[in-house]
Design a protein around this ligand. Structure first.
Ligand code: 3PG
Length: 211
């Protein structure tokens, strides 16, 4: 199965902000226990690259990628440390080109038809839609998928248990992203059981909606 099919099958890619490398492996374990097999570690904290490195080494069942990648240097650092995919909040042509040239799956953020056209022109078919709630949520995705039927979206930003069903039941949605299954406070409090429970709940909803 290729990367795109695997992401679509997984249905969820949590957006993770880690402040301590020690939290990386237990968090990956908690997500896995809840049935989540993909995670995006954001380059918003100093330790992001180290967290990716330790998870890719110690938690082989987790497909770990790098998020909030805003330039090619970060992409190179992430991949050198073991990141299996790159997610960006926006569309940076140089980063996308580098990822494609190096066979690294890349999911740039796009919200306008013009950005989507650029990404499609470079051969991409799975695109992040961020911040999803601000840019029109599922209503916008439905409208965009009329001209861009070949694209599947990864909405993130404001996805929650309240709107998960609306997003995931739409065929234009490859998977959802978000931080609600691994909130900052739950990570800080090492509440791994809660993270597992929230993950399991999200996975159950996704399976039910897609059945
Ligand atoms: C992202 O980078 O995709 C967002 O910060 C996630 O948004 P959320 O915290 O609203 O889920």
């Amino acid at each position: 199965m290729n990367f795109t099919d695997r992401v679509c099958e997984a249905g969820i890619v949590p957006v993770v902000v880690l402040n301590r490398v020690e939290d990386a492996v237990p968090l990956a374990g908690a997500l896995l226990k809840g049935g989540i097999t993909f995670m995006e570690i954001t380059f918003r904290t100093e330790c992001a690259a180290d967290c990716i490195e330790v998870i890719s080494r110690e938690v082989p069942d987790m497909t770990v990628g790098a998020g909030t990648v805003i330039n090619v240097e970060q992409a190179k650092t992430a991949v050198a440390g073991g990141a299996k995919f790159i997610v960006s909040p926006g569309f940076d042509e140089e980063t996308v080109r580098w990822a494609l040239d190096n066979d690294i799956p890349v999911i740039p953020g796009t919200v306008t038809p013009t950005e989507i056209m650029k990404a499609v022109g470079m051969g991409l078919r799975v695109l992040k839609f961020f911040p999803a709630d601000v840019y029109g949520g599922i209503k916008a995705i439905k409208a965009l998928s009329a001209p861009f039927g070949q694209v599947r979206f990864l909405p993130t930003g404001g996805v929650s248990p309240d709107n998960l069903k609306d997003f995931i039941s739409n065929k234009a949605v490859a998977a959802v992203g978000g931080s609600w299954v691994c909130k900052k406070d739950d990570i800080a409090n090492h509440d791994w059981d809660k993270i597992t429970a929230l993950s399991a709940e999200a996975v159950k909803t996704i399976k039910e909606m897609r059945a």
